[in-house]
Design a protein around this ligand. Sequence first.
Ligand SMILES: [Zn+2]
Length: 316
Amino acid sequence: MRFRSFLIATAMFSTPALAAPKVIVSVVPAHAIVSAVMGDTGKPELLLSGKMSEHTANFSPMQISALGKADLVFVIGTGLEAKLTQLSGSEAVNGKAFFELSKADGVKTLPKREGGAWETHDHEAEEAGHDHDNDKDHDSEVMAPAFDPHSWLDPVNAAAMARAAAKELSKADPDNAATYAANAEAFTASLDALSAEITTELAPVRDKPYVVFHDAYQYFEARFGLKAVGSISDASAASPSARQLKEVRDKLAETNAVCVFREPQFDDNFVRVVIEGTKAKTGILDGIGADLEPGPAAYPALLRNLAKNLKDCLGG
Ligand SMILES: [Zn+2]
């Protein structure tokens, strides 16, 4: 319990104020949830800025050693930050086990969508008959999750994650337990209001079919009753082949998609080429917070932006 003795030492020699635990959180939406729960007690550190794919991000030795020194590490898990979750409990992070928010009590995970118009990660490689284990480019697919890992996009799940974070924080820092619990409840209440607002906003476009860049929005769609009909890229966002391009165009024609949504992390060339000569428009969806200022406000901002961009493109 190195952490305890450190706390006692700082309490004795510097300040009588309660020292909050040192917390690291993987991605912007999870960081927003944990920030809301910590409130004024302290600020969690953000590991991954939004400007990269949450699925393929790599970590520097410095980041990895910081993980080992943190009191608490929160990740989304269920295969989202594949290379990060792999480190959980390992020697590289002093045996620190990360808390997977997607596995918290009350979080409802949905199976990954496959087949039909949903682009799956490995179909290309399988057709080519690759030996996956020896294929460096397909690292992440070896541990491809059976569950869709983007579970934070359902605000009901986010509330459950906040409550779980409050419990974990309270174990590390019992003195602030009441504050963490109160903050989690306040956050949950704000999400109820947010859900009601978004339900109203999206009501006019619920039956409009659209296609997304990568299949990341299923939780949001399920919660708000939207009609996504397919995705055009696998989670690695690799450049599509001519054959994939044709597939996507066929998909747009078959589904009568009104919009094709790109993502801020990725070049929009592909989407522009795809919609040429079709009636579809383009919009932008950001499920990971690529363009958001990290902090507690990033979570409601993330959901509001999704709703606004869906409504603007589908309703226009
Ligand atoms: Zn994703």
